[in-house]
Each structure stands twice: as structure tokens, then as C-alpha cells.
Design a protein around this ligand. Sequence first.
Ligand code: 5GP
Length: 145
Amino acid sequence: MSLDGAYDDGNIFAKIVRGEIPSVTVWEDDQVLAFMDVFPQSKGHVLVISKTSKARNLLDAEAKTLGRLIGAVQKTARAVRAALKPDGLVVTQFNGAPAGQTVFHLHFHIIPRWDGVPLGRHGEGMADTDALKALAAQIADRLER
Ligand code: 5GP
């Protein structure tokens, strides 16, 4: 899908927001959901999305949505750091299929990195749900109140 086009209510993240398919939540409020990537590129790979916006990508998004999202990304990244003690943290966001986007509901990736540990391939290898739940609980426990 190119940068142009209509938002598809049937995309997988829209289904997660509606509770139609399961996901492992780290935290949420009325606007934002942070949940574990089921094909993680590293231990503790978290996705942050808006629960209300129909933006497909960064270019579509309303300024208010972006403000809420980036604040949520920082809050989540701080908790990931506190919980998992990575040596670094990658925050990524893809716009359009040629740029690597596969789910067309705006989202940010938070990917912890450790020295000497190579990054897994994007969207490869499904994680064990119990392992994701344990990581989500560890991260949620370190959220700033
Ligand atoms: P994109 O390539 O669009 O930036 O990222 C989409 C991300 O969604 C990928 O990292 C992929 O692993 C993740 N993903 C795809 N399907 C699901 C799913 O059903 N549940 C969860 N939690 N993550 C998913």
C-alpha cells in the first residue's frame, strides 16, 4: 500500500483495539494502547498505537494524536529501560509498504537493544504468549505513575 489510500477498519491493529483478536497489553488509557509485538525483533519489543485515530501513518495523523502518541512512546520506553536494562532503545515508525510498513494503522515500535545481540528480522518468529505476558508485566511494573 502506498502512502495514499483509505483507512481500513479491518486492519489487525483495529481488530486488537476492538478486542476482536487477542494481544498482550502493557498499558492503555482511553486514547493509547501499548502492547507486545507478537513477532518481536528483540526481547521487549512493544508497539504503541492510538485507539481513536484513523491515521494510517505519520503523514495522516492529527497533531493532537501525535502529541499523545509520542508522549506514550516516551513513557513506555522509560518503563522498558527500567524493566529490561537494555544498552540502547530503537524507536521506529514506517510509512507506506515500500518503507517497510505492513499494518496500516499508525504505530511506533520500541525495540530494546543489547550490546552484541543482533536484531531479529522484522515480523519474523512468533513469540510465546506466556513469555510476552511476563515481559509486559515487568514493563508495566516500571511505568511512571
Ligand atoms: P510495521 O511493519 O507495519 O511497521 O509493523 C507491524 C508490526 O506488527 C510488526 O512488527 C509485526 O510483528 C506486528 N504484528 C503483526 N501482526 C500482529 C498481531 O497480530 N499482533 C501483534 N501484537 N503484533 C503484530
